[in-house]
Design a protein around this ligand. Structure first.
Ligand code: ADP
Ligand code: MG
Length: 436
């Protein structure tokens, strides 16, 4: 095995939320990035991937464990490590050339020297001729190339790419990815190792020598898959398709094991996250799944194409359907349950009734809200009550997100109503008791 460049050993990190309680975002993260490899990191949003990258770059410190760069403890921003972010973060009033020169200028390099270096980086990434352009004159893909040139001009040993292709349309993202891989293979990059965070399984399998699957709550490396294929890889080839299937399998199996949206009797807790999935995506997927050619069973990557959902959206839909007892997951396949098939055929009224029932049985938070409303003499309660409850285990943003999902689902299942202006939850009008 090649020498490690950056090493994380039992790294932990907590953030303090608004009310002062600490929340563990990373726990026991062990990871080495080695010379000569590209590693891809996949995981749900909010699982701590960006936090891990920022720790690796020395931008923030770990609370626990050790971070080593070339065998030495890392105490601050490391010179040999550059990051590329999803948002291009270019200075709008500076030309491409000046944007790329910024980091060199900060290091105190003389104007002539940095002009030459920046020009070379701009050429390397395919932007020759645009040195004098302003960011607003460029397409999104070109702007991201400037972002990459700005990282490469520093001649980093390690390049950390945080969803660098996510904001681009699919074709533009693919082209940029291919160009980077070509540079990597040709040895023209100054870089010795690359870590890419992605939410696209195909992208991970196309690029990486190793694909790591991150678990959430708290974040840690849960699975690892080696990709022993030479580059460039055939995107429609059977090896790549097989590996994509395998990663899907790992990711769904993982969300099951973690008990988040699980079947086999693993129940959700009151303060757990809910998959952020709307009713229409859930019903859309159920319907497509019930019809030809699937007839109740589908390969997840294929279903992703047919539903036009990205991998994370589809995995969230899959875990919502599983959580509610409408589907089961098995090795990268999703299968409708009997109830799921019935639901797909039902009319609106029956669907709502089934949905409400499943919510009460499987989503403790919703059952709890409903119970509270039934018990409360006034029949209405303020959402703050439930937000406070969620805030014991989740950050403020996450608590809000979970409550939004619970409200949308609960309203659809006719378990309660919600006033968006006042934040008050109350019993559905149809159930209000006449007390006169
Ligand atoms: N500076 C911070 N202060 C408080 N919470 C944070 C901070 N940065 C990230 N978090 C929280 O840590 C969790 C992980 O965030 P992040 O690393 O950005 O995840 P990912 O990149 O996997 O989407 C999230 O719940 C986020 O709200
Ligand atoms: Mg992130």
């Amino acid at each position: 095995m090649n020498a490690p460049i950056v090493e994380l050993k039992s790294v932990g990190k907590s953030f303090r939320s608004a009310d002062g309680t600490a929340r563990s975002v990373l726990e026991n993260v062990d990871f080495s990035l080695r010379e000569g490899e590209i590693v891809a990191l996949l995981g749900k949003s909010g699982s701590g991937k960006s936090t891990m990258l920022r720790i690796m770059a020395g931008l923030i410190s770990a609370d626990e464990g050790q971070v080593h760069y070339r065998g030495l403890p890392l105490y601050g921003p490391a010179d040999g490590i550059s990051m590329v972010f999803q948002s291009f973060a270019l200075f709008p009033w500076l030309t491409v050339q000046k944007n790329v020169e910024l980091g060199l200028e900060a290091k105190g390099m003389l104007p002539d020297e940095r002009a030459i270096k920046a020009k070379a980086a701009i050429e390397l990434i395919g932007l020759s001729g645009f040195e004098g352009a302003l960011p607003r004159e460029l397409s999104g893909g070109m702007r991201q190339r400037v972002g990459i040139a700005r990282a490469l001009v520093m001649e980093p040993e390690v390049l950390l790419m945080d969803e660098a292709f996510s904001a681009l349309d699919v074709l533009t993202g693919e082209r940029l990815r291919e160009d980077i891989l070509e540079l990597w293979e040709s040895g023209r990059l100054p870089t010795k190792a690359i870590l890419v965070v992605s939410h696209n399984i195909e992208e991970a399998v196309m690029m990486a020598d190793r694909v790591l699957v991150f678990a959430s709550d708290p974040g840690r490396v849960r699975d690892e898959l080696a990709v022993k294929l030479t580059r460039p890889r055939e995107v429609e080839g059977s090896e790549v398709r097989g590996l994509i299937d395998k990663v899907y399998g790992l990711m769904t199996a993982g969300s099951m094991r973690a008990g988040r949206g699980a079947d086999k009797g693993v129940k959700l807790g009151l303060g757990d996250r809910l998959p952020e999935v709307g009713i229409s995506s859930m019903e859309g997927a159920l319907e497509i799944l019930a019809e030809e050619p699937y007839l109740g069973r589908a390969d997840l990557p294929k279903l992703a194409e047919d539903t036009e959902l990205n991998d994370h959206e589809l995995l969230d839909v899959a875990s919502a359907l599983t959580l509610l007892g409408f589907a089961q997951l098995e090795q990268g396949d999703i299968m409708l349950t009997e109830l799921g098939s019935r639901y797909a055929l039902a009319d609106q009224a029956e669907r709502k009734a089934i949905f409400g029932q499943q919510l009460q049985n499987n989503v403790p938070l919703i059952a709890y809200i409903r119970h509270g409303l039934v018990q409360d003499p006034s029949g209405d309660l303020h959402e703050d009550l439930f937000l406070k409850l969620l805030h014991f285990t989740l950050s403020e943003t996450d608590a809000l997100a979970v409550l939004r999902v619970a409200v949308e689902w609960g309203r659809y299942g006719e378990l309660f109503e919600y006033d968006f202006n006042t934040g008050i939850l109350n019993m559905p009008a149809s159930e209000e008791v006449d007390i006169t």
